[in-house]
Design a protein around this ligand. Structure first.
Ligand code: NAD
Length: 420
């Protein structure tokens, strides 16, 4: 009988299919694949929160440690109305492959709360976050599981987690989270690191594909942490950002947006709603806008068998986790649209999180220049490994990246054996 019914969700099915197919291709022991297809530990907590009007609302929170064979669990915390256990398990799995690919000494983890952060006040969000941290105390720790921001959470969320954890231990513990404010031990440049890494991958891809980045027409779906920094870097390096989108819709400017201006607009207004442009479309329609480079940087499963045929770009740089379904991958491969896969393209965030964790443990603080140099080097060398592997083995970059990442985790599982 299938034992994975409890994680049932489209995102989990997608992550499990990637593992199965890549495992077969890479010749990984099927016992190890079976072990890796299930998360080691899934914690579900109920979170009673006193709302501003005095009533108590129950939220459901999740923390999944897919594996902690390779080190402490590492992964973001998501606040979104669609969060469920299956989604969190899939995201935790992808963290395992990402850390394996980037050679970071972490396992894979992820967390989430099913809520609509846009409808919570700052005080309600703080109470929710502190209660979540308290409920998760038995399963988190700098050597057990380290959280970071993801969709709907930010540096402030991490500061509340760090404070709640530290209060309970009686010891200031900055290394319990990454992506926290610099004032309390955060690292310079973490906020922009994922978007910067996406931009570096796009730049490297252009070079390998014989394209000049300057003047390439780029569309970015998602204008939060990842999307806005990716757009900003690409724009500064000369690309023309002709389309941007967030939860309020898609915005098109044929001559290219001034990305600084768009970022300032979002800072002031919260979203892109009402931002001046040539034309507005839905945030899903913007994916089909003819362009050179498409950067999905919002949520998973936005490029599917339904729209893949209509995409009109030279390549895709995946800022989001899991934006392309396996069925869409096949269509894109036939169309000749290459994909720089998520576990490589958005790995800048976890890479700088690793720097921040080391910095926290050692209490030895790095400059922004040191961080950026090390990040750039790591992204470029891993990009080259993935690109070269894909060419040598005549496979897609996704298959190459997943193969490298899964193999790295499988080797450690194999070396440690099965206890008892
Ligand atoms: P965020 O909350 O800062 O931003 C999310 C953006 O997506 C917002 O602009 C939001 O309006 C937009 N959005 C939400 N629903 C949308 C929809 N249906 N259509 C279009 N846009 C929509 O989140 P983030 O941290 O930028 O994360 C974005 C993606 O990147 C996620 O898949 C996340 O898992 C992944 N990621 C984030 C990090 C990180 O360091 N923050 C690291 C690696 C991967």
């Amino acid at each position: 009988m299938a034992k994975d019914w409890i994680f049932k969700s489209k995102v989990y099915a997608m992550a499990a299919e990637q593992l199965r197919e890549t495992g077969k291709w890479a010749g990984i022991d099927k016992n190890i694949i079976a072990r890796l297809s299930m998360p080691k530990r899934s914690t579900i907590v109920s979170l009673p929160v006193k709302m501003d009007d005095g009533h108590v609302e129950e939220f459901i929170g999740y923390r999944v440690q897919h594996q902690i064979t390779c080190g402490p669990g590492k992964g973001g915390l998501r606040y979104h109305p669609d969060v469920d256990l299956g989604e969190v398990v899939a995201l935790a799995m992808w963290m395992s492959w990402k850390c394996g690919l980037m050679k970071l000494p972490f396992g894979g983890a992820k967390g989430g709360v099913n809520c609509d952060p846009g409808r919570l006040s700052a005080q309600e969000t703080e109470r929710l976050t502190r209660r979540l941290t308290y409920e998760l105390l038995p399963v988190i720790g700098p050597q057990m599981d380290v959280m970071a921001p993801d969709v709907g959470t930010n540096a402030q969320t991490m500061a509340w987690i760090m404070d709640t954890y530290s209060q309970n231990l009686g010891v200031s513990t900055p290394e319990i989270v990454t992506g926290k404010p610099v004032e309390i031990g955060g690292i310079e440049g973490r906020r922009g690191a994922t978007g910067y890494g996406v931009a570096v991958c796009v730049r490297e891809m252009c070079e390998r594909e014989g394209l000049k980045l300057k003047g390439q027409r780029v569309v970015v779906q998602g204008f939060g942490n990842v999307g806005s920094y990716a757009a900003e870097n690409l724009w500064e390096w000369g690309a023309k950002i002709i389309g941007i989108a967030d939860v309020t819709g898609g915005y098109i400017e044929t001559k290219g947006f001034d990305i600084n201006d768009a970022i300032q607009y979002v800072k002031k207004n919260g979203t892109l709603k009402g931002y001046a442009c040539d034309k507005t479309v839905s945030s899903q329609e913007i994916l089909e806008l003819p362009c050179d480079i498409l950067v999905p940087a919002a949520l998973q499963r936005v490029i599917t068998s339904k729209n893949a045929e209509n995409l009109d770009c030279k390549f895709i740089g995946e800022g989001a986790n899991g934006p392309t379904t396996p069925a869409a991958d096949e269509i894109l491969e036939k169309k000749g649209i290459k994909v720089v896969p998520d576990i490589l393209c958005n790995a800048g965030g976890v890479t700088v999180s690793y720097f921040e964790w080391v910095q926290g443990i050692q209490r030895d603080f790095w400059t922004r220049a040191q961080v950026n140099q090390r990040l750039n080097d790591k992204m470029c060398s891993t990009f080259a490994t993935v690109y070269d592997t894909a060419v040598e083995q005549s496979v897609t970059m996704r298959r190459a990246a997943l193969g490298l990442g899964i193999k790295a985790v499988a080797k450690q599982k194999e070396a440690r054996g099965l206890y008892p």
